[in-house]
Design a protein around this ligand. Structure first.
Ligand code: SAM
Length: 236
């Protein structure tokens, strides 16, 4: 289905090595993605080369900029068809990943890919801001990740409450990332975060990307996350 040599080549440039077993899993993931997408709209990217570069390589770039220890817990917020959480789990099956989305059919897709490939994970069907008010999930994760979910100031309110103090929120952003980061300065500080690193890079197809690593340095005040409507109408 996909050109796994292109995937390993892209990964090599990021300093990541993928074994044959991981490549087989990526191939199976891509095959299911295209198959499901014929009936359920789960992604707009369906060309095999684009899946390799814009979905898999983009997601795996996290591993170049963030050191994720073995066994770390990670929540992927607004995961959609599993990005970036599922590529991270395939590349590093020792991590403990929780996939969160407000749309159930996307989670059903992740469940199937995980089952077919023997991947162990948790799947939670809810809105991130509701999870952040749930004592079982609040400040429980070493890492939160999110790609293409909301502007960074709103995303911080979805994600930072879920991260432990000394944990990290990793935000994957496109070409306008630097402007979003400026707009999110207040949100980061208010929610107990601090920008640890801002990483600009270019995907092999020329797309400009950013990965922001936000470290949680103090507990998120209990009034956050607010209700969805408040986050929308009065973003921090
Ligand atoms: N992260 C995936 C990617 O990069 O391909 C999906 C991106 S898609 C554009 C945005 C996803 O975020 C959708 O699946 C949507 O249901 C989910 N989403 C948006 N707001 C959310 C929230 N507050 N809580 C949970 N999921 C949310």
């Amino acid at each position: 289905m996909i050109n796994t040599e292109l995937l390993t080549e892209n990964c090599k440039e990021l300093g990541i090595s993928l074994n044959d077993f991981a490549c087989e899993r990526f191939d199976s993931y891509a095959e299911r993605l295209v198959r499901w997408n014929k009936h359920v709209n789960i992604t707009s990217i369906t060309e095999p080369e684009d899946i390799v570069t814009k979905h898999f390589t983009d997601s795996l770039a996290v591993l170049k900029y963030v050191q994720i220890p073995d066994g770390a817990s990670l929540v992927d917020v607004g995961t959609g068809a599993g990005f970036p959480g599922l590529p991270l789990l395939i590349a590093k099956p020792d991590i403990d990943v929780t996939f969160v989305d407000s749309v159930g059919k996307k989670l059903a897709f992740i469940k199937e890919v995980a089952r077919l490939n023997g991947l162990v994970c948790d799947i939670v069907h809810t809105r991130a801001e509701e999870l952040g008010r749930d004592a079982d999930y609040r400040e429980r994760f070493d890492f939160a990740t999110a790609r293409a979910v909301a502007p960074l100031n709103m995303l911080c309110e979805y994600c930072l409450p879920l991260v432990k103090v000394r944990g990290r929120f990793v935000s994957l952003k496109g070409a306008n990332g630097a402007e979003e980061l400026k707009e999110a300065e207040n949100a980061i500080k208010t929610l107990g975060g601090e920008l640890e690193s801002s990483n600009a890079f270019t995907l092999p197809n020329g797309d400009k990307r950013f990965i922001f690593v936000i470290k949680k340095i103090s507990q998120t005040p209990t009034k956050y996350p607010r209700r969805s409507k408040k986050i929308d109408t009065k973003p921090l």
